[in-house]
Design a binder for this molecule. Structure first.
Ligand code: NAD
Length: 305
């Protein structure tokens, strides 16, 4: 039997699959970094979502560690390079939460352009702000999608259903059957998009890929949606562009610092033209069930090899 520790919660269906396989002795509890470093020597399989940071210290302490399972997509919380050097396999569940994140992305866009959060808060506060809350349609507008993987494609389909023109920048995608325009240069997308939405991974090369120079290239009054990773956008540059009016509004599910309690993020969240959610893109019952089951099946397959 392999010892498996789930340091972030997995769906109950996934836990049941793992238990019923008879392959694992399972512990499930969130341990902080120091506790995890003590525990990890005792386990072969570690399962995490996005909350646990699987750093080089954690991996180096895992003398018996064989597999890290990331229930979800982004691998930026795992030091994949060190894992590879140590011969520890890393698995994620690509695509399993794509619909959840795509639905939130469209939800954020509509909430922003129709002032839904402010309208709700106003009514709760006893205010009838009908005149102040005139919004925009998204019909006929151009949405620029940066990163055309599982989530970007689901966003494109939904944006088309709303009558938007879709422009894609993804250096690794050369063709698609979807009715979208692929461009080879990020600048080409930035110059024409009314809405820019990010669906690429955070890596060393994509950190702050949207910064001061990129905002300068965008149309005046552009809308920014980030439901990918905070570090992809330079949030100081975003703050400046929101204050200057270059960016009409931003909807953010992710932040470079999470929870976003430092001075810059408090300032950003304090702006009237920013709406935000606390990294809930993948947090749906359906998405988590799909992710959990896919992860459990993968771990069972690996344990049987
Ligand atoms: P994916 O791997 O299917 O797609 C990512 C795409 O980005 C790929 O097509 C890749 O070619 C492209 N890409 C890589 N570098 C690029 C660059 N420099 N410019 C443009 N495109 C580039 O991943 P996915 O499932 O679509 O997820 C995308 C990202 O969304 C994840 O990496 C993760 O960070 C984020 N995410 C966020 C949440 C959330 O809760 N908000 C949930 C899941 C995923």
């Amino acid at each position: 039997m392999f010892r498996l520790h789930a340091n972030d919660p997995l769906s109950s269906d996934a836990m049941e699959l793992l238990q019923n396989s008879g392959l694992f002795k399972i512990t499930a509890e969130h341990l902080d970094k120091d506790q995890l470093i003590k525990k990890i020597d005792d386990i072969e399989f570690l399962v995490v979502r996005s909350a646990t940071k699987v750093t080089a210290d954690v991996l180096n302490a895992g003398k018996n560690l064989k597999v890290v399972g990331r229930a979800g997509t982004g691998l930026d919380n795992i030091d994949v390079k060190t894992a590879r050097e140590l011969g520890i396999k890393v698995y994620n569940t690509p695509g399993a939460n794509a619909i959840s994140v795509a639905e939130l992305t469209l939800g954020l866009l509509l909430s922003l352009v129709r002032h839904i959060p402010r309208g709700t808060q106003g009514l709760k506060d006893g205010k009838w702000e009908k005149k102040a809350l005139k919004g925009h349609e998204i019909f006929g507008k151009k949405i620029g999608i940066i990163g055309f993987g599982a989530i970007g494609q689901e966003v494109a389909k939904r944006a088309k259903a709303f009558g938007m023109e879709v422009i894609i920048y993804d250096p690794f995608v050369k063709e698609t059957e979807l009715p979208v325009k692929l461009v080879n240069d990020l600048g080409e997308l930035l110059e024409v998009a009314d809405v820019v939405t990010l669906h690429l991974p955070l890596t060393e090369s994509t950190k702050h890929i949207i910064g001061e120079n990129e905002f300068a290239k965008m149309k005046d009054g552009v809308i920014i949606i980030n439901a990918a990773r905070g570090g992809i956008v330079d949030e100081q540059a975003l703050y400046d562009a929101l204050v200057s009016g270059k960016v009409l509004g931003a909807a953010l599910d992710v932040f470079e610092v999470e929870p976003p309690m430092d001075e810059l993020r408090r300032k950003l969240l304090g702006l009237d033209n920013v709406i935000a959610t606390p990294h809930i893109g993948a947090s749906t019952y359906e998405g988590q069930k799909r992710v959990g089951i896919e992860m459990a099946k993968k771990l069972i397959e690996v344990a049987r090899e």
